[in-house]
Design a protein around this ligand. Structure first.
Ligand SMILES: Nc1ncnc2c1ncn2[C@@H]1O[C@H](COP(=O)(O)OP(=O)(O)OP(=O)(O)O)[C@@H](O)[C@H]1O
Length: 263
């Protein structure tokens, strides 16, 4: 079976800065990955490569079996869903929630004159329902709360039925209730065999939804550790990736971490 993502010694340089440093990482069918790392570790940059928006300076990146540099990225991108704050900023605030999701069928923001099929309308409605925001379909995107926006964004990123879904900090800015609702929606997505392969970038182990299977710990643009989450999310690895003495707990399917206080 072809790997969904296969990065081999991927290096990204900007001027004198090495942002990704010979990063190798493979994601396979059915897997649900979490990516953790300090601020500046290279998480967002890695997602830019994984979504076909940035080419490696060195190394090779194969997405859905297609090697960047040898494929038309405009054909590849619709097969990869991406939800990030930067993309959300491009959604017109005067667009209705229904149209925010629907326009993703054509990979655009802002409804103009596209004709939508009944099947698209139904899929958009189903996705809004699945993420608990169907009642907001007629509201303008700009009037939503942060938590509501995040759920609409994820519904939008699933509209084109991607084979790979990349989520960049979907819980950022949410209050406790909003975070827990999102974690539970993502746990449901992770548990559904029809879901695409998932990659979730987060800053907090508390935001890892049950059902996520693998973890990549990034440090200084390199893979500090990666593999099955139960093996990789250890006190030793997390402390190493964050340069801090941390303890890790795993209770009732949820993770938590905190600094070890000197006795
Ligand atoms: N165009 C650029 N030129 C120089 N440095 C850059 C450029 N783009 C990003 N960087 C640097 O690369 C590093 C990695 O950035 P990136 O946004 O990928 O990190 P991140 O892990 O997503 O960080 P955060 O957790 O803060 O969102 C940062 O130190 C950033 O300042």
């Amino acid at each position: 079976m072809t790997d969904v993502l296969d990065l081999q010694a991927v290096t990204i340089r900007r001027g004198a800065t090495t942002i990704l440093d010979e990063l190798s990482w493979t994601v396979r069918e059915g897997e649900r990955w979490v990516v953790l790392g300090r601020n500046g570790a290279g998480k967002t940059t890695m997602l830019q490569v994984a979504s076909g928006r940035m080419h490696p300076t060195h190394g090779t990146a194969a997405l859905l079996g297609e090697t960047l540099g040898r494929v038309d990225v405009f054909e590849l991108r619709p097969r990869i869903g991406l939800s990030s704050a930067a993309l959300a900023d491009r959604i017109p605030s005067g667009e209705t929630v229904r149209d925010v999701v629907l326009t993703a069928a054509y990979g655009v923001t802002g409804r103009w004159r596209e004709g939508y099929e009944q099947v698209d309308e139904q899929r958009a409605a189903d996705l809004l329902e699945a993420f608990g925001v169907a009642h907001l379909a007629d509201r303008y995107f700009g009037t939503l709360s942060e938590g509501e926006r995040k759920r609409v964004q994820i519904a939008r990123s699933l509209m084109a039925d991607p084979e790979l879904l990349l989520l960049d900090e979907p819980a950022a800015g949410l209050d406790l209730g909003g975070r827990e609702e999102l974690v539970s929606a993502l746990a449901e997505l992770a548990g559904d065999p029809r879901s695409p392969v998932l990659v979730l970038v987060t800053h907090h182990v508390e935001e890892i939804p049950p059902g996520f299977t693998h973890l990549l710990l990034l440090r200084g643009g390199r893979a500090f550790a990666s593999g099955p989450i139960d093996e990789v999310l250890t006190q030793e690895n997390l402390s190493g990736a964050f340069d801090m003495d941390l303890t890790v707990d795993h209770v009732a399917g949820r993770w938590s971490a905190r600094a070890v206080r000197p006795a």
